[in-house]
Structures are given as structure tokens and as C-alpha cells.
Design a protein around this ligand. Sequence first.
Ligand code: FMN
Length: 173
Amino acid sequence: MNETLKTLKERRSCRKYQAKQVDAAALDLILEAGTYAPTGMNRQAPVIVAVQDKQTRDKIAAMNAAVMGADTDPFYGAPTVLVVLADPAVRTYVYDGALVMGNLMNAAHAVGVDSCYIFRAKEVFATEEGKAMLRSWGIPDHYEGIGNCILGYRDEGGVKPVAPRKENYIVKV
Ligand SMILES: Cc1cc2nc3c(=O)[nH]c(=O)nc-3n(C[C@H](O)[C@H](O)[C@H](O)COP(=O)(O)O)c2cc1C
């Protein structure tokens, strides 16, 4: 099968990670792939924040868990989190950001890194604490969180077999 199609078909969400940090060269390839996602009118509304510092990663994880009213790790032990945010002033920002998320996850799979889309970035970065983090990273604090792409290497049982595709997923007319 064509390698690209194989990657798209075989990528799966991982929900249990080893502590081992993501290889630096692999991370750069993943990030670069993210920046090549298509965006409406090529406005390139999204930004990707690569978080590997444990203190920052744990802080974002705790804020994410708080949105759910939980105290578990919503990042499943993954050592790297790529936070995708986008400028809401651009009409297509949500779609743009979601496409970046897709590129990141598929690129990760292509270079042997496991990933999962973790929600609630919008709520986390709408808080005062979240806005302060954005400012400290040099990102305007009106940017909206689109998703967290967690990255790492799978631990045993972290990846479930693919679910069957629903009937009538494709409608040919
Ligand atoms: C917009 C979006 C939000 C998601 N949020 C979460 C999440 O917060 N936590 C989680 O464990 N998985 C999350 N997922 C992963 C999905 O559950 C997963 O993609 C789906 O079950 C299909 O599995 P697969 O990725 O292995 O094909 C999210 C996926 C998407 C696209």
C-alpha cells in the first residue's frame, strides 16, 4: 500500500505512555509537518506550542483535568504536549487548527511516535492562568485553544485495535 495511505489508516490513539522523552529529531519532523497543514486563504492562523518541560506539562495537565472536575492525568503520562491554538480573528481558525492537529498525529505515526488528540484546550487557555501562559510564550492572549496533541512512546495496552468503520460512512451519489 502507498506509505501515506498506510500511515493515515494505521495511526491510532495511544492512552498509556512510557516516561521516555520524544526523540528531538522526530519532534522537529512532526512540528514541521504540522506547519504544512492547509489553512483558509493560507492565513496560517494556528500556532503550535511544543511543551516538554515537565513542570509546564504537568500544569497544563492539571488545568485540563480541572475542566473535567477530575484529578487524573488527561495526558496519560505522555511526556510531550503540542498545544495547538489559533487566532479567532480568522474565519477558518477552528478548521485550520484541526487540520494542524491531524497533520501532527499522522506525522507522529509516520516517524514511530504515538499520539492522541486531547480536548479542552479551549477552556484551559480561556482562563486567566491560561492567558498568562500564552503571554509568557509571546502569544496574544485572545488566541483560542484547539487541541492538545500528546506525544510519546506507547506502553503496554496503550493502543486499542481499530474500531470498525460505521456503515454508510461514505455516500456515493
Ligand atoms: C476533537 C477530538 C477530541 C478528542 N478528545 C480526546 C480526549 O480528550 N481524550 C481522549 O482520550 N481522546 C480524545 N480523542 C481521541 C478519540 O477518542 C479517538 O480519536 C477516537 O476514539 C478514534 O480512535 P483512533 O484515534 O485510535 O482512531 C479526541 C479526538 C478528537 C478528534
